[in-house]
Design a protein around this ligand. Structure first.
Ligand SMILES: Nc1nc2c(ncn2[C@@H]2O[C@H](COP(=O)(O)OP(=O)(O)OP(=O)(O)O)[C@@H](O)[C@H]2O)c(=O)[nH]1
Ligand SMILES: [Mg+2]
Length: 258
């Protein structure tokens, strides 16, 4: 259960009996009752998101004022966010100025990995929190002395649900999914794919070993969000990496006047 975002407030339990129709609402039971305590939970959630949106706007202004192109990297735990950053930062070193904000519940492991590439990095530990929010990012960037005309990557906490609700003020939201996660994930976690602008399908080197329909995964992602830009790559073998790097170069060129 999430301790900070109130995202359990609308939990529903759906029971499927053999032969029952999938969308039969008579089989839906809400785990909370509709009394005053439930409505309090909902209004707190609304307040949290409203406050977050205001701070996200502030971040957006901060980034735009300094011509900083910002990316929010989101995925399930372990899909390859840090691996993608390690490859990207190493490959494009010297071509452009980068900074990274790392979000994890605990440890500085990911910040250490980014630091090893020679990139400026700040680690945010969210404790029991399951996502980064705009306030955490605002606080981090105020202490980072980000350069004008630079690129900021924000690696969110590994979680395919809650980070979708929290705008950080980013320009691009990149959802990463690895082939080991199954082709139905965009349908089961639609908010993340709906709010993303880019989708990276990672761990393509494992494709021969896992029962997944890659075309179905792409079709499902595009069904949720037809404007998603999709890349297939492997951080391990390097296949497909050049297409991502080329797109990133072009995107930075378009957005950042160096
Ligand atoms: N086979 C294979 N393994 C990969 C690939 N990319 C990442 N991995 C491995 O997957 C594991 C998780 O990678 P990370 O980059 O730490 O994933 P993450 O999304 O940053 O994880 P969290 O920050 O914990 O959510 C590591 O053991 C990586 O070596 C890939 O393309 N192929
Ligand atoms: Mg990571």
């Amino acid at each position: 259960m999430c301790a900070t975002c109130g995202c359990d407030a609308e939990t529903t339990v759906t029971m499927h009996e053999p032969g029952a129709h999938m969308h039969d609402h008579s089989h839906h039971e809400h785990t909370h009752n509709h009394d005053s305590s439930a409505s309090k939970v909902l209004s707190v959630e609304k307040d949290i998101l409203q406050e977050n949106n205001l701070l996200a706007q502030r971040n957006r202004g901060f980034f735009e004022g300094r011509n900083i192109l910002s990316f929010n990297l989101v995925s399930s735990p372990g899909s390859g966010k840090t691996s993608l950053l390690e490859h990207t930062l190493t490959a494009l070193k010297g071509e452009m100025e980068f900074a990274v904000i790392e979000g994890d519940q605990q440890t500085t492991n990911d910040a250490d990995r980014i630091h090893a590439t020679g990139t400026k990095v700040v680690q945010i530990n969210t404790g029991k929190g399951c996502h980064l929010d705009a306030h955490m990012v605002l606080h981090a960037v105020q202490n980072m002395q980000l350069k004008q005309n630079s690129v900021l990557f924000i690696e969110n906490v590994g979680n395919l649900v809650c980070p979708s609700m929290f705008d950080l003020g980013e320009k691009e939201r990149v959802v990463i999914i690895s082939v080991t996660e199954g082709d139905d994930k965009p349908l089961k976690y639609p908010d993340m794919f709906h709010t993303a602008t880019v989708c990276i399908i990672n761990k393509m080197d494992l494709l021969p070993y896992v029962p997944i329909d890659l075309e179905k995964l792409k079709t499902n992602a595009l069904h949720i969000n037809p404007s998603l830009k999709i890349f297939t790559l492997s951080c391990t073998s390097g296949e497909g990496m050049q297409q991502w790097l080329q797109w990133l170069r072009a995107r930075v060129h378009e957005a950042v006047t160096i």
